[in-house]
Design a protein around this ligand. Sequence first.
Ligand code: AHR
Length: 325
Amino acid sequence: MLKRISMLVLAGVTAMAMASCGGGGGGGTAAGDDKITMGFSQVGAESGWRTANTKSVQESAKAAGIELKFSDAQQKQENQIKAIRSFIQQRVDVIAFSPVVESGWDTVLKEAKNAKIPVILTDRAVDSPDTSLYKTFLGSDFVEEGRKAGKWLVEEFKDATGTVNIVELQGTTGSAPANDRKAGFAEVIQADPKFKVIASQTGDFTRAKGKEVMEAFLKAHPDIDVLYAHNDDMALGAIEAIEGAGKTPGKDIKIVSVDAVKDGMQALADGKINFIVECSPLLGPQLMDLAKKVVKGEQVPARVVTEETTFTQEQAKQALPSRQY
Ligand code: AHR
């Protein structure tokens, strides 16, 4: 009898030890040792920013000794949901993802929570009211980025007496950066009725779509003064369209965009773009630090905002030689 009780106690202790070795994660590291395994669902490869972000995440995971299971969703929410479900099945220790759109995540995030796998949002937010579904959100303040673009515009056209006709190239419909950059910009320019957004359409954050939509804008509106592009890639596509229409980007049509990737900064230095609001893609190192903490069950801040700046033409010329992305 005593022997049987000892066996039961031993079995209980072993079970408890096995349950605790996964920390905050999926009940044991998926790599089968102490190495943390992260499932990462990326939006896609739509822009220079995204390419730099992917590189940052992959390099930082390697440097931090974290095994990365990387999945590219090709800008489709259903692919991200599939990837997250597969990470849950594989019992990864932590899931990180950049949600392509803001809405529609509750069900899959609840599945991760029920499986006791912590989730980190990176770059983009979700609009779920239940913030217990994720541990933290690391990324930019997109509303503030829109405000910065608007403030530049107000200053640039402070002496203009007539109407300033603006066209807007929005990012992916329903995505946090598209929603927030639009809102922040509108908030600032609405104070002066001379600023008029005469057309606003998505260019899906890509160069090709930016060009296509700008071509349509130019045909419909011969009197465009300003282009506000939610990212550099769309601005670069639009520059091709403007030049194709026989106009001079940066002069006939002033351009303000967001990101500050190398190609955008070059266009700014060349005078084809007039002002860029920075959005940093180098989130990898902070993401890995946060991942280690949440897997250990440590407290992390609910929101970690990326530090960012803005660039004029002169500042772009100075920054370009050492620009990492
Ligand atoms: O979510 C960040 C945005 O996504 C970047 O500004 C844009 O270039 C990218 O596609």
